[in-house]
Design a protein. Sequence first.
Length: 207
Amino acid sequence: MGQPSAPGFFPTDGGRAASTGHVSDAELVARARQGDHAAFGELVERHRAAVYRAAHAALGSASEAEDAAQEAFLAAYQKMGTYRAEASFKTWLLSIAWHRALSRRRSLVSRWRRFASGELPEPAVSRETRTQEGALIDAEMAHHVERLVRALPARLRDPLLLCAAGEQTYGEIAVVLGIPEGTLKWRVAEARRQLKQRLVRLGYGHE
């Protein structure tokens, strides 16, 4: 599965970003707490790709991930006073993004269950949307991998997707998920083992 690119969540000033590139996250956080909007804008610029990819890992939808990322940045801005630097700012921010995305995912699952039971009308899907979705699956194997990953239990799927996003270390992901690092590594290895086994059954590769 290819990694999605991150859209621009908030407008940023290229000159400002260049002038604060050498400033640490901790200093930018301190400035943001004092009402420096440009400092928070730089934090957004630095971490928006990681936030978007974490949200996308949970949701599997570009539009839903963008909305979740927007919500995460707004929540982080509102909660700046609660950040205690027990973890890095990036890890704290990604924890917010991950939980926002999970909340949105639960809402989506609930909505589709209600639709399946006949409680909701079928959502309209435009021809353009169908075309865009079809374009995302450009190979049969990619389709199988996507389907098999989504079929994994959440305890295996979520660690695998966060690791595949490539934005965080095992230690950071363990903090986000609230599990020991050793447990995280085992779950990622087990997810990969199950994926390989199921792909072999479909005729891709060998044991």
